[in-house]
Ligand binder design. Sequence first.
Ligand SMILES: [Mg+2]
Length: 388
Amino acid sequence: MKITDVKATLLSFPVPKERQWRSDLGVMAKMDTVIVQIETDEGISGVGCAQGHVGVLKAVVETQLKPALVGEDPTMTERLWEKMYNGSRYQPSIDRGISQPGFSRRGDTLAAIAGADIALWDIHGKAAGQPVYKMLGATRTRIRGYASGGWAPGDEAEKELAGYAAKGFTAVKMRAEGRDGFSFEKSLRRIKAARRGIGPDVELMVDAHGSFDVSTAIRLAKRMEEYDIAWFEEPVSADNHIGQAEVRHATSIPISSGESESTRFEVLDLLQQRAIDIVQPDIAVAGGFTEVRRMAMLAHAYGVRFAPHVWSSGVLFAASIHIAMAMPNCHIFEVSQGTLPLIWELMEEPFEIKDGYVYAPDRPGLGYTLRKDAEERFPYIPGPNYVY
Ligand SMILES: [Mg+2]
């Protein structure tokens, strides 16, 4: 089997004004994604997705990755990952067994590689007649989900989070900063209300999107401890691994991060700095199945758990199911509570989520098909996703 074509398609969903949510990231006005589709000479096609600066991603996929992939065997996923990552030096890189990437080896380049890699694994699974998670070595066929949202201001957090628990979720995540903005008292009031709403037995996580300095994060963490927080996510900037380690050492709350990290090299630094308890790479950002598997297994060697970041699109949700079913140290799965039809209405087959658990499909490849009318339904709209 040979690859014959690679293309990238931009999609958008403008969140209706009355359904927009605000956190420390700003107001989410729109969600964009890049769908990567790979065709072969045997009629098997694959779909992936990439998250980042969408115009840049499309250019990287079509001008850099497509020439590297066309003519290759799509089932040789490690070879193709090395070829995309190492560029013109891929051959000496493979021959010598060491990475030799070029200058633009991170960021949108990695996200574009992720999109292609997910599509290659979709093809690989379809060619073998197996779901991707079985190709990766399955650990489980279902995983506990957690409801991810929690933007309501003040005491309204009680009802919002209780509503997630009422859907059957045994773990829920809220934002450190809600629609009422940040102060210690505002955040703690919301967290207290959330705990009141869900009772003592549902796990509660808090996400700060890297918005605090080290001392603010430590002060907040210490005051959150009495509410039994299952993890404090991205307390400080993703570029501040040492600062994150300081926060971790100062609190009994487990620290999670990783949605902005790409490659095993960045996770290795977090692990070596003892900065992390749960690693959360996004498969459409960090390098696809091939790389996220390495990141998760590296974490496993340090006794660190893996909980993939799942937010943008139905293709990402599908791919994340497979990596979660495959990795032994994955303990929980993110289920977005934002208004995002790009997740729920992009694929033909519905996702199976029951009693707080997410189930694996038994169909080959990703097991989910991109809707034919995806482009008409979600036409690309230029402009930023978040407005502060
Ligand atoms: Mg997060």
